[in-house]
Design a binder for this molecule. Structure first.
Ligand code: F6R
Length: 240
């Protein structure tokens, strides 16, 4: 695991987008694992610019998003499905049939988990998985736990995650559950890029960098991945 410190979020976005450009130039039909949240937005904006400039295309790309809320309509303004369309997919040439999400409203969560795992496998596995990080060290919605998870599952969100994300929902109470890719599915990605910006992530980044691997700090598992890059700004690196 390599940790790179950048001046600010803008510099991270440039470096991250360049990594995508490299991958898509080499492999135009790459499989991308994508994340939502505030952190990847500047990177998605750079990717849109690159697409508009003709530097990259998503026409043969397949994507798998990390997670989706339960008990929320797919087209709700706060669903991750909507988020990805508004922040990336609607502005590039990706084919809707190549866009994959976990179904937060699936009748059978275990069957949904199997379906997602099989779809990822059938696509050839994830080439580059993008991750943000929670203030509690979560990756996707793998919250601190007694053991590492494997495939996708339905998770009860922790109070810390609810405190961080309620702002997006305004006065409407946010969902308490989500479907998330498990740690095992994330770790099977060929390459992983974790990005973190702002002082609120400094403690989680310090724990990640300590090298101790424990399910109480879900991101710590990345220390065991063969090809992981962590890009942090100065604020997120302040405790290193
Ligand atoms: C989102 C996700 C989450 C976020 C994390 C950080 O798909 O999986 O783990 O990456 O909660 O969110 P932001 O970037 O909003 O601080």
């Amino acid at each position: 695991m390599e940790i790179k410190v950048f001046e600010n979020a803008e510099e991270i976005a440039v470096a991250a987008a360049n990594l995508y450009k490299e991958l898509l130039t080499e492999k135009p039909d790459a499989v991308l694992g994508l994340a939502t949240g505030a952190t990847p937005v500047p990177t998605y904006q750079k990717l849109i610019k690159m697409y508009e400039n003709g530097e990259i295309s998503f026409k043969d790309v397949t994507t798998f998003n990390l997670d989706e809320y339960c008990d929320l309509d797919k087209n709700d303004k706060n669903s991750y499905y909507t988020f990805m369309h508004e922040n990336l997919f609607n502005s590039v040439d990706i084919k809707e049939e190549n866009v994959n999400f976990l179904d937060g409203n699936a009748a059978d969560y275990d069957a949904e988990s199997k379906r997602y795992a099989e779809a990822i496998k059938a696509a050839g596995g994830v080439d580059l998985q993008l991750l943000g990080i929670g203030t509690n060290g979560h990756i996707a919605f793998n919250e601190p736990a007694d053991e590492f998870t494997d495939e996708a599952f339905r998770v009860t969100l922790t109070q810390s995650t609810i405190n961080s994300n309620q702002k997006y929902f305004g006065d409407v109470p946010m969902p308490r559950y989500a479907m998330t890719m498990g740690i095992g599915s994330i770790m099977r990605s060929k390459k992983i890029l974790l990005i973190a910006t702002g002082a609120s992530k400094a403690d989680a980044i310090k724990k990640l960098a300590s090298g101790e691997v424990t399910p109480q700090i879900p991101c710590s598992i990345l220390n065991n991945h063969a090809d992981t890059i962590v890009m942090v700004d100065k604020a997120a690196a302040e405790l290193l």
